[in-house]
Write a protein that binds this ligand. Structure first.
Ligand code: FAD
Ligand code: MG
Length: 348
């Protein structure tokens, strides 16, 4: 997968991104259905209104997505996150309520995981720059220097002034593991306000199915088969209103000397997390939590991840490893159905 920031290549990405990790299995299209797709948050985002809502609902949804990108992107120089990063070691920066909330939430996950999930992973993300098309394994001294700057305890939030301060120069926030989930929850609020009855939000594989379909049949969300074309799913999650978010190693990566280097970083080693996992999908009611948890459980691995998940009721995980084993968290069997016979259920 290759990413660049120019407009021409952006739409090329639209095609490339067609191997998104999670996707709603489409109910048939109706003539009255309204839908909008655009490139935002570094990915292809679609909102489909199956019942209720109007063009204004879609416009408001995409305007909200743009605002979130304007505030939280680490890939542009003019965002709040970029200002916080530029002022690292110098001065606190005042941010909007949404940026403050997402950073607080990310720091909460950092605390719960003792830094395995860490929004101050920016220096490592920038150094590895996975997805820009020109990647190679960085020199060890640079990896160690970047790793030394990753420390969520050095991120200071002040709720009274709504400021964020990174204590050490060179520190940098990156909300890539959590902000799309927040964005999906924000669109949910807009759909509620507009009295939408049924809709599908797809933010580059972060899928949120909202409300219930006219015929009351369950929603079906496919978990992408990591080794196949898009549309070939390994299994299906079905149920009522929910979000399904997947973190995987098969979209943003490069291969050097036969080894795959992907975009989910170990804050312990400074290298991409090295375990046998291909993907982790989370089923939940809250997309910000599902997004954070998909990354958290990927980093923690199967055993620690299953243990960690116990503190989140009604939240399920589906782990897939490179040997075609599928591991389900307790209760996930109620919502997940394995379809591809070359994969099998396993237990740790
Ligand atoms: P997830 O597993 O949810 O997240 C992985 C991402 O989290 C990594 O890419 C990294 O950013 C971060 N991360 C890695 N390791 C850790 C860790 N241990 N703890 C915490 N976080 C970690 N992409 C572009 O190519 N160009 C853009 O202009 C661009 N703009 C964006 C703007 C916004 C507001 C957002 C939210 C994303 C943007 N992206 C952009 C995509 C972004 O760079 C990530 O690649 C993407 O969010 C990864 O999401 P995921 O669901 O694939 O993986
Ligand atoms: Mg995530």
């Amino acid at each position: 997968m290759r990413y660049s920031t120019t407009m021409t290549s952006r739409w090329l990405i639209v095609v490339l991104l067609c191997i998104a990790a999670t996707f709603a299995i489409s109910p048939s299209l109706h003539a009255e259905e309204l839908s909008k797709t655009d490139f935002v948050l570094g990915t292809v985002c679609t909102v489909r209104l199956l019942e209720g809502g109007s063009k204004a609902t879609l416009d408001e949804s995409f305007s909200r997505l743009r605002t979130i990108e304007d505030h939280m992107s680490a890939n542009r120089d003019d965002t709040e996150i970029s200002q916080v990063n530029a002022m690292a070691g110098k001065t606190p920066v005042k941010v909007s309520e949404d940026t403050f909330y997402v950073i607080s939430k990310a720091l909460e996950y950092a605390r719960l995981t003792n830094g395995a999930f860490d929004p101050s992973v920016g220096p490592l993300v920038k150094l590895w720059n996975i997805g820009n098309g020109d990647e190679k394994v960085p020199p060890t001294e640079k990896i160690l220097a970047a790793k030394a700057l990753v420390d969520w305890r050095q991120v200071v939030l002040d709720a009274t002034t709504r400021t964020v301060f990174l204590k050490k120069p060179g520190m940098a926030l990156d909300l890539g593991a959590i902000a799309k989930g927040y964005a999906a929850d924000e669109i949910e609020k807009i759909l509620l306000n507009h009295k939408v009855k049924a809709a599908v939000i797809d933010l580059g594989g972060n899928v949120f199915v909202f409300g219930s379909k006219k015929d009351k049949s369950p929603w079906r969300i496919g978990i992408q088969n990591p080794e196949s074309e898009r549309g070939e799913y390994l299994g299906i999650v079905s149920g009522g209103q929910m979000t399904v978010v997947t973190s995987g190693v098969y979209e943003r990566y490069f291969i050097e000397n036969g080894k795959r280097y992907h975009h989910i970083m170990s804050t312990q080693t400074g290298f991409p997390v090295d375990n046998d996992l291909i993907s982790v999908s989370i089923v939940s009611k809250s997309s910000i939590d599902a997004d954070a948890l998909s990354t958290v459980l990927f980093v923690l691995g199967i055993e620690k991840g299953m243990e960690f998940l116990k503190q989140f009721p009604d939240t399920y995980a589906i782990f897939i490893d490179k040997d075609h084993n599928v591991y389900l968290s307790p209760g996930a069997g109620k919502v997940f159905n394995l379809q591809d016979k070359s994969y099998r259920y396993a237990e740790k």
